[in-house]
Write a protein that binds this ligand. Structure first.
Ligand SMILES: NC(=O)c1ccc[n+]([C@@H]2O[C@H](COP(=O)([O-])OP(=O)(O)OC[C@H]3O[C@@H](n4cnc5c(N)ncnc54)[C@H](O)[C@@H]3O)[C@@H](O)[C@H]2O)c1
Length: 325
């Protein structure tokens, strides 16, 4: 297939591009490099530096490349930032998706996979969180993804679009070629590894008095290659119907367990500072991924936290300055 990857210079999009090229697809990366890295763009992919907020740029790209499908990763994706700057989310994320969908509609592109989020579920009634859970977005970020999910639904009804919404919990880990390098970095595993590398003094743990076995929050970490495997399976299944899946490991690990695993994997001590809880952080967030397992036969290949961290550590220790900013 010819696949347009928006955000293909970013963390998950670069791994998607790597795996798609490896499995024989043709890829064009569309990215404005606001967060991604030129060095993360796979050399085998075509690249257009463009901004999805610019309808002419994405329109011309879709027309020229004429993809069979789109993997839409490009977005602003920081929950906290979205509380301070809702326009970058309810505005830019939504407008970007709208421009992309308009371009796809104008040029007859009928398949899309959306990177959606666990932040749709701010007040879950049960854990693990499955697809029947009520949607109560936890921030303008989550709301922006929820709005885009609804766009996809209505474009399917009215225009025959085929779509999958994959609500990731926490993507983690690396391949040999690509790892996580955000600025600012707010994700636990790369932060912990920066402490192991001596680039940060300690790791802050926000609250150790949650109702969990060790008092720290529990989250669901899914290896980035397992995540992309789910995209490829969803893409293959789209013609048989639209897909909406919650995507995680199905098992949670506490912040303390992640730090302990990082100490085991790196062989280095990781000093911890206990800080107050952050408002809005639930004690436990774990995905129910039974539906995608049943329907698409998806199974995480690296489900254990040591295995996930080992891949991240291999990348970070080879790239201590990330992509070299
Ligand atoms: N990382 C996670 O754990 C996680 C969890 C849930 C959902 N997601 C979603 O997955 C997607 C990818 O996440 P990531 O961690 O790889 O993010 P990332 O920031 O590393 O990658 C996003 C890429 O999109 C590009 N981009 C952003 N806005 C753009 C625009 N207007 N035009 C063109 N390019 C633009 C950035 O430059 C960057 O390269 C995002 O949509 C995010 O919301 C990520």
């Amino acid at each position: 297939m010819k696949i347009l990857v928006t955000g293909g210079a970013g963390y998950i999009g670069s791994v998607a591009t790597e795996v798609l090229l490896r499995t024989g697809h043709t890829v064009l990366v569309f990215d404005n490099l606001q967060q991604g890295h030129a060095a993360a763009i796979e050399p085998g992919a075509a690249f257009v530096r463009g901004d999805l907020r610019d309808p002419a740029a994405i329109g011309a790209t879709v027309q020229d490349f004429s993809p069979d499908a789109v993997l839409h990763f490009a977005a602003n994706s920081l929950v906290g930032e979205s509380m301070r700057d809702p326009f970058a989310y309810l505005g830019d994320n939504v407008v970007s998706a709208l421009n992309l969908l308009r371009a796809m509609d104008a040029h007859g592109v009928k398949r899309i996979i959306l990177s959606s989020t666990a932040n749709l579920f701010a007040d879950p009634l049960k854990m693990p969180i499955d697809e029947d859970e009520r949607i109560i977005p936890g921030s303008p970020y989550g709301e922006s993804k929820g709005i885009i999910e609804r766009f996809l639904h209505w474009l399917s009804v009215t225009r025959g679009l085929r779509y999958a919404c994959l609500r990731y919990f926490n993507a983690a880990g690396a391949t040999e070629r690509h790892g996580e390098d955000h600025n600012p970095e707010l994700h636990l595993i790369p932060l912990v590894l920066k402490v192991a590398l001596g680039q940060r003094e300690k790791i802050s743990v926000f609250g150790n008095d949650y109702p969990t076995p060790d008092g720290t929050c529990i989250r669901d970490y899914i290896h980035v290659e397992d995540l992309i495997d789910a995209h490829i399976r969803a893409l293959g299944a789209l013609d048989a119907g639209n897909r909406v899946y919650n995507l995680g490991n199905g098992q949670g690990f506490s912040v303390r367990q992640v730090i302990d695993a990082a100490e085991r994997v790196t062989g280095r001590r990781i000093p911890v500072e206990i800080s107050p809880r952050r408002p809005g952080d639930p004690a436990v967030l774990v995905a129910g991924s039974g539906k995608i397992k049943r329907e698409l036969g998806w199974e995480p290949k690296i489900p254990d936290i040591d295995g996930i961290i080992r891949t991240a550590w291999a990348w970070h220790s080879r790239h201590p300055a990330g992509y070299g900013r």
